[in-house]
Design a protein around this ligand. Structure first.
Ligand SMILES: Nc1ncnc2c1ncn2[C@@H]1O[C@H](COP(=O)(O)OP(=O)(O)OP(=O)(O)O)[C@@H](O)[C@H]1O
Length: 581
């Protein structure tokens, strides 16, 4: 049995892709020059703390002109150093974090392209887009909203703690106990807020999907008169996103109130406790300058805590966004570097007792055993829902078999190296990029001769009728061409890429008779000398194939040449009769 691609982590699997602990969590862009960053943070944080120290010395020296002058000079010098270091640090961190985020977007996009096709198919595209855009933007928003200052503030907190302890550990102790309690409560809250933000971001990306669907499917909604249903779906998505965002507020507000209360308690403790403590001894245990300095230091101590308390929501939102982007960047690649390369030439296809299902759903293909010889053209036919597209997905690795083995060129799928360029699918509605017809045909073969391939496929007359010939702009997703014409472009693109196995999913509608003839002619040329599996919806296509596979309810129920099958009573004859009707 070919083992399905296992996803260990990332968006397709459980768990987080963030590897290791400690420094591994710090992106490489920040890990470089960490010592310089730490020195700048200490200078920026420590420089500000010099001010209360000079105030203390000046007060204790009796506030004489002799003591004030040097104190002002030292204080001013420290402020300049702190300011310059803080500026350098902020610029350095911002620049490095943005570099990291840009790398994250790039890796994320690469992962989308390398992801197992099955994962892409079952992940809403809006979710992938959100992970590469708005989720990453949350980090930048948080940094620009003051988050970047946090490093300086954290350094300041550490230095202030040490000096407070040196002045009076008895006074510093209640402050530290209050801070520890606050941090413990905040960490508990943070977990709750994180969970709620996670739900909120998922609901927001679902909202994006619903909006995108309503906009792109606008014409269908209008023509089918289903505006009410579309609106109800949108309302539901809007309500869910709003409710989940609102659910993040109670713990945030509770956290802010508790934080403000604790911080006020710290200041009062030091001020009142300091006066009482200093007066309580003979001689006084603390000088007046030390009490004033301690009040200043507590302010420096609580500032980072205050920031943490007030911006916990944005910090959590940014962290959630960052984690979602990291998850995408950590999604395992479907590419197996050590995989076996497909043997050259037309590909032989073999399926042995293959079954397939979507997710945890029922089996939609059962006991499929099929041999397709190298170079053979097989048409797959059957009623709607009989499993034709699922069969095509197995061959192009958009779905892993639930059981049995699929072999291409004698190699089980799970041992194959990437087959890009060798195995190509021509979908029902091919994706065209905004650009010219020639650019779209040349997509996978940059040096390819477009006029020649169109000539070979018998499409010269068709493109000659287009206003700008090969330079015709096809528009976004090829909207300026008809569905049939988009398939012609895809057939030409495939022929130019010269694959060894073509899986052709015939368009079911939107093809006028003239284009249909052009498609059939191009297909006949394309299938020459290469293995082709056509999901056929037209008798002409089935007739042109070397052999027909008839699917019914997930099984192959008939196989043979069109001419033989059509004369025998059975599912194929019934299907042909239905097509005629
Ligand atoms: N992405 C999916 N998730 C869950 N079930 C699916 C999915 N795609 C197809 N199915 C189910 O699998 C079964 C086979 O579908 P499949 O698309 O292979 O049929 P088909 O013969 O290609 O139909 P059609 O001619 O309408 O394209 C159907 O019951 C269908 O509902």
């Amino acid at each position: 049995m070919s083992a399905p691609v296992r996803e260990r982590r990332g968006i397709g699997g459980a768990g987080t892709p963030v590897r290791g602990k400690g420094l591994d969590l710090v992106p490489p862009e920040l890990r470089q020059g960490l010592v310089v960053t730490a020195v700048l943070a200490l200078l920026a944080g420590g420089g500000r703390i010099v001010a209360p120290l000079t105030v203390q010395r000046t007060i204790d020296a009796g506030l004489t002109a002799h003591s004030v002058g040097p104190a002002v000079a030292v204080g001013a010098g420290a402020v300049v150093v702190a300011g310059a270091s803080s500026m350098l640090l902020n610029r350095r961190l911002q620049e490095r974090i943005e570099r990291h985020l840009a790398a994250l977007r790039r890796t994320g996009l690469r992962r989308v392209h390398e992801m197992p096709a099955a994962t892409v198919d079952r992940t809403p595209s809006a979710d992938l887009v959100a992970r590469l855009t708005s989720d990453v933007d949350q980090v930048t928003t948080f940094l620009q909203g003051g988050g970047i200052q946090f490093v300086t503030n954290a350094a300041q907190l550490v230095i202030a703690t040490v000096i407070l302890l040196v002045y009076s550990w008895q006074l510093a102790l209640p402050v530290l106990v209050l801070a520890a309690l606050l941090i413990a409560v905040m960490m508990g809250m943070q977990r709750v807020i994180a969970r709620r933000y996670d739900v909120a971001r998922r609901d927001l990306s679902r909202l994006q999907s619903v909006v995108a669907e309503s906009v792109t499917g606008g014409a269908v909604i209008r023509s089918t008169g289903t505006e009410e249903r579309a609106r109800a779906k949108l309302d539901d998505a809007v309500d869910r996103a709003r409710d989940s965002l609102l659910r993040t507020l109670p713990p945030l507000h509770g956290n802010t109130s508790l934080g403000e209360l604790t911080i006020s308690a710290m200041t009062v403790t030091v001020l009142l406790g300091g006066v009482w403590w200093s007066l309580g001894g003979d001689p006084p245990r603390l000088t007046a300058g030390q009490v004033v300095a301690m009040v200043f230091l507590v302010t420096f101590f609580v500032r980072p805590l205050q920031f943490l308390v007030q911006s916990l929501g944005e910090a959590q939102n940014a962290l959630t966004g960052w984690r979602r982007a990291l998850e995408l960047a950590g999604t395992p690649s479907a590419e197996r570097p050590g995989g076996v390369r497909l043997p050259g030439g037309p590909v032989e296809v073999r399926l042995r007792d293959v079954s397939a299902r979507y997710g945890d759903g029922p089996l939609v293909l059962r006991d499929v055993t099929v041999d397709i010889a190298a170079g053979e053209h097989v048409a797959v036919v059957g009623r709607t829902g009989s499993g034709k597209s699922t069969f095509a997905k197995l061959l192009t690795r958009r779905l892993d078999p639930a059981g049995g083995t699929v072999l291409l060129g004698g190699v089980p799928l799970d041992r194959l190296a990437p087959t890009a360029g060798r195995v190509v699918i021509v979908p029902q509605d091919p994706f065209l990029f905004d650009g010219t017809l020639a650019e779209n045909v040349r997509l996978g073969s940059p040096g390819g001769n477009v006029p020649q391939i169109l000539e070979e496929l018998g499409l010269h007359d068709w493109f000659a009728t287009l206003p700008d010939g090969l330079d015709t702009e096809v528009g976004l997703r090829g909207e300026r061409l008809s569905a049939g014409e988009r398939q012609l472009v895809a057939l030409a693109r495939t022929a130019l890429a010269d694959p060894d196995l073509v899986v052709y999913d015939e368009a079911t509608s939107g093809v006028d008779p003239a284009t249909d003839v052009a498609v059939q002619r191009a297909l006949a040329v394309l299938t020459r000398g290469r293995t082709t599996v056509s999901i056929a919806h037209r008798m002409l296509t089935a007739e042109a194939a070397d052999r027909v596979l008839v699917f019914d309810d997930g099984r192959v129920v008939q196989t043979g040449r069109h001419d033989d099958l059509v004369r025998r009573p059975g599912p194929y004859a019934a299907l042909i009769e239905a097509w005629h009707r």
